[in-house]
Design a protein around this ligand. Structure first.
Ligand code: ADP
Ligand code: ZN
Length: 824
């Protein structure tokens, strides 16, 4: 017999109601109400949407209500992800409903609408005791032919939310409701196209007439006439996309405009299918013959996959050929009839990796990343769910892809901080992957040249197997890294951004027709604007940070909240006129590169130059084709890219990351230098990397310079051990924020003392640090304080934190972050 009850998590984001509620499953819906599906349920006075997370035979609740019905058309959550959601809500101390929501393709959440159908007669309605408004609602429904959407009823009748009236009508047996899922509003992509109009009766002869006077117009007419002969669109002659038309006729748009003015040609735009890979012309790529390191790595991965799964850390230097190892792992999963998920750090890398994977597996690949529109993402998600695609490439959230029989999850650049989500649920894709794979008996492959301290330590402890790929493909040498002491540059009178050695090497490199990359961890022109006379620094009015000058728009911008203001002509503090710009961002580097190397073609890649869809790809392709000599950029260019003609890489300032007051600052600096260095010397010619710094002796820089990951790991682990920071213990950060500073301070104090009174703290299982102001003490007008909890046990952290987070004062928010990527 079917279980009589369903456990439902209601889609109401509040801790108070974040639990499972029991509902009776109506007789006729037993087949449809399965774990993972979405339903409408009565909840208090309202009806709300919810997720079915289980079925049970008995309920301990006295008065159980009945499920209203499934939400028609809504994509369900795969059943095996429900346990994962439970685990996430415990580990990241987030709402279960938030964990469930994040598993759906973004842009498609909770969009169901309620449709109201008339089920009683008008006589019955007259007999029923209804309020005047409820009667109006009923009359309106009858007028509409018996059904309407609930939100529309409210709007049309001008009564706002019609839920109360509809509920009354339901109780009176006059109407029934039904939930219908609305897919994300997808604007079909159209291209501008033109066709012959009805007045172009005999286009060929008009063309002949025109041929002498305007061959261009004649050409267009002939092309359109050909198209019209070859096929008819449903509503008239077949159109041709504008770009194709102009190309076929070999003319400019003025001829086309003239024909449109003469009403011989009309606009008829074409809708194109949404396909993220369309038109990219990705060539098929055959597999390489494996290099010895690759062979060993593939063996290690495959044997794990064949023996019940687990985690394999592939520690391979840049250019050791890790991608081919991933492709082989995917191939192996497919050969077992299973699916593979490949995660890449962020959108800038997705296209390159997606190309390589699609080049091998073609249409079996689905791509999920944030640059896709909501509709495209849903299409891809559905292809995966239906089993049409069995390889998924995507950013962080692709770890939830609805594959049926998971074989392997591969995480490229596993150390990357973008795998951690900033908002609730603050999950880490690596941890989620591990949980999901363990349940499925699947394998997780973590790949990096600079593994996170967490992962490397787990491999040292034997929790993960580890395979090393110490040599580059074709035994190319690792780039030599030169640490440039900028203090010495200054002493010898060089006040420019480029040290003499970097400048010299770039000259040489460009003279040989090779390419250079300049890396700067900060965008904009200068990092602060200062008055020479009084030392006043222009700060954001909303944040405790200085404003960055952007020369392109000659404005000062806050990189935290987006606040923009004009550059003052006089100092706001002393009235002096000696306003100066200090520190360098990518814009400034770009300018200096142009003036230092006037013959070179310089391009910049950062958030500011890549806002347009496709801009990433365009910049990288131009560089790849050799149309750019010097590429200046932020982190975006530090990862994964493969350009064989690059022989010089300059890290303009290694100190921007190192000087951050954060426990991962050294790790980030080491990773950054290694990753940036990896961009150099990937071809025939060896490369050199110049790391400019005022801290040449710091181990994160000196160990990176001699490619000594192990040495760095040991020094860094010792640091973490002395502080008891992750991965030695788990860290939970409680961030208290609000617009009123004294309220925030009070709330932080209250949270800390509530935690201090908890059992795990009293028993010495959890250590409390703080309360203290966060290193960035104000962002977007909100003051920020934090309390840090440290413990060997996440369960203990949760138990210690929960009393501290209860009912914060109004105007104050409390956010919990388990093992945060940074504590700025
Ligand atoms: P990683 O991800 O380790 O930095 P990649 O996978 O990007 O390295 O490989 C580096 C380069 O070597 C790429 O251009 C790739 O096409 C090439 N490559 C990889 N494996 C082989 C192989 N077995 N034989 C020849 N070239 C290879
Ligand atoms: Zn700001």
């Amino acid at each position: 017999m079917e279980a009589r009850y369903a456990q439902v998590v209601v889609d109401v984001p509040a801790r108070r109601v974040d639990k499972c509620y029991d509902y009776i499953v109506p007789e006729d819906l037993h087949e449809k109400i399965v774990p993972g599906c979405r339903v409408m349920v009565p909840f208090g006075q309202r009806s709300v949407e919810g997720f079915v997370v289980g079925r049970i035979d008995e309920s301990e609740v006295d008065q159980v209500r009945e499920i209203i019905g499934p939400v028609a058309g809504a994509p369900p959550i795969p059943e095996d992800l429900i346990d994962l959601a439970r685990w996430m809500s415990e580990t990241y101390i987030c709402l279960l409903v938030d964990a469930l929501r994040v598993m759906l393709p973004s842009g498609t959440r909770v969009e169901s609408s309620v449709v109201v159908h008339v089920s009683g007669s008008e006589e019955e309605a007259r007999a029923a005791r209804l309020t005047a408004t409820a009667r109006r609602v009923f009359d309106y429904l009858v007028e509409c032919g018996g059904a309407a959407r609930r939100d529309e009823i409210g709007t049309v009748l001008g009564i706002g939310d019609a839920s109360r009236q509809v509920a009354a009508l339901v109780r009176a047996g006059l109407v029934e409701t039904e939930a219908e899922w609305m897919p994300p509003k997808v604007r079909p992509r159209t291209v501008r196209a033109f066709r012959l109009s009805a007045s172009a009766v005999d286009p060929e002869s008009i063309a002949d007439e025109l041929a002498a006077r305007s061959p261009a117009q004649a050409g267009i007419l002939r092309a359109l006439a050909r198209a019209a002969q070859n096929g008819l669109a449903p509503t008239g002659p077949a159109p041709i996309p504008r770009a194709d038309l102009l190309r076929q006729a070999g003319c400019s748009s003025s001829a086309l405009d003239a024909l449109v003015r003469r009403k011989l040609v009309e606009r008829a735009d074409l809708t194109v299918a949404r396909d993220p890979a369309a038109g990219l012309g990705i060539p098929r790529q055959a597999a390489f013959k494996l290099a010895p390191d690759q062979e060993r790595a593939v063996d290690a991965v495959v044997s794990r996959m064949d023996s019940g799964g687990g985690v394999v850390l592939v520690h391979g230097v840049t250019s050791s050929g890790k991608t081919e190892v991933y492709l082989k792992a995917i191939e192996h999963a497919l050969s077992q009839g299973k699916q593979a998920i490949l995660l890449v750090p962020d959108i800038s890398l997705t296209p390159q990796m997606a190309d390589r994977v699609m080049g091998r597996f073609g249409r079996r690949v689905a791509v999920l990343h944030s640059a896709l529109g909501a509709g495209e993402r849903l299409d891809e998600w559905e292809r995966i769910r239906r089993g049409e695609a069995d390889v998924v490439v995507g950013a962080r959230s692709a770890v939830f892809a609805p594959v049926k029989s998971l074989g392997v999850i591969i995480i490229d650049e596993e150390h990357d901080s973008s795998y951690k989500q900033d908002d609730s649920p603050r999950y880490h894709a690596r941890e989620v992957a591990r949980f999901r794979a363990e349940r499925a008996g699947a394998t997780v492959v973590l790949g990096s040249a600079t593994p996170s301290i967490e992962s490397y330590r787990a491999s040292e402890a034997g929790h993960y197997s580890r395979v090393e790929m110490p040599s580059r493909i074709d035994d190319r040498p690792l780039p030599s890294i030169v640490v440039v002491d900028m203090r010495a540059e200054l002493k010898s009178g060089n006040r420019t951004i480029f040290s003499r050695s970097l400048r010299g090497a770039m000259q040489e490199c460009l003279a040989h027709g090779r390419q250079a990359i300049l890396f700067m961890n900060r965008r904009g022109y200068s990092t602060f604007v200062l008055c020479r006379d009084c030392g006043y620094v222009v700060k954001c009015p909303n944040c405790e940070v200085s404003l960055t000058y952007h020369a392109g728009c000659s404005e000062m911008v806050c990189h935290y909240c987006g606040h923009v203001e004009q550059v003052p002509t006089a100092c706001p503090s002393c009235g002096g006129a000696r306003i100066r710009y200090f520190g360098a961002g990518t814009e400034r580097i770009e300018e200096e590169a142009r003036s230092s190397f006037p013959d070179a073609r310089v391009a910049r890649m950062d958030v500011d130059t890549t806002r347009r869809k496709g801009a990433h790809r365009a910049i990288l392709e131009a560089f790849g084709r050799g149309n750019t000599d010097i590429l200046v950029g932020t982190q975006m260019i530090a990862k994964g890219l493969d350009f064989p003609n690059v022989t010089v890489v300059g890290v303009v300032s290694a100190d921007t990351a190192l000087n951050l007051p954060d426990f991962r600052a050294a790790e980030r600096t080491f990773q950054l230098i290694s990753q940036v260095a990896g961009r150099s010397g990937r071809g025939e010619v060896p490369g050199t990397v110049f790391v400019q710094t005022y801290n040449p002796g710091h181990y994160s820089i000196s160990k990176a310079a001699c490619h000594d990951y192990r040495g760095f790991y040991e020094a860094e682990l010792a640091e973490r051990e002395s502080l008891g920071y992750p991965p030695v213990r788990a860290l939970l950060r409680i961030l208290i924020a609000g617009p009123d500073e004294s309220q925030v301070v009070k709330a932080a104090g209250r949270a800390a003392s509530a935690c201090a009174g908890s059992k795990p703290v009293l028993e010495g299982q959890v250590e409390i640090v703080g309360p203290a102001p966060a290193p960035i003490s104000r962002i977007a007008g909100k003051y920020r304080w934090h309390v840090l909890l440290l413990s060997g046990s996440i369960a203990a952290l949760r138990a210690a934190a929960l009393p501290g987070c209860e009912g914060p004062a109004s105007g104050v928010t409390i956010a919990l972050n388990t093992n945060p990527e940074s504590i700025l």
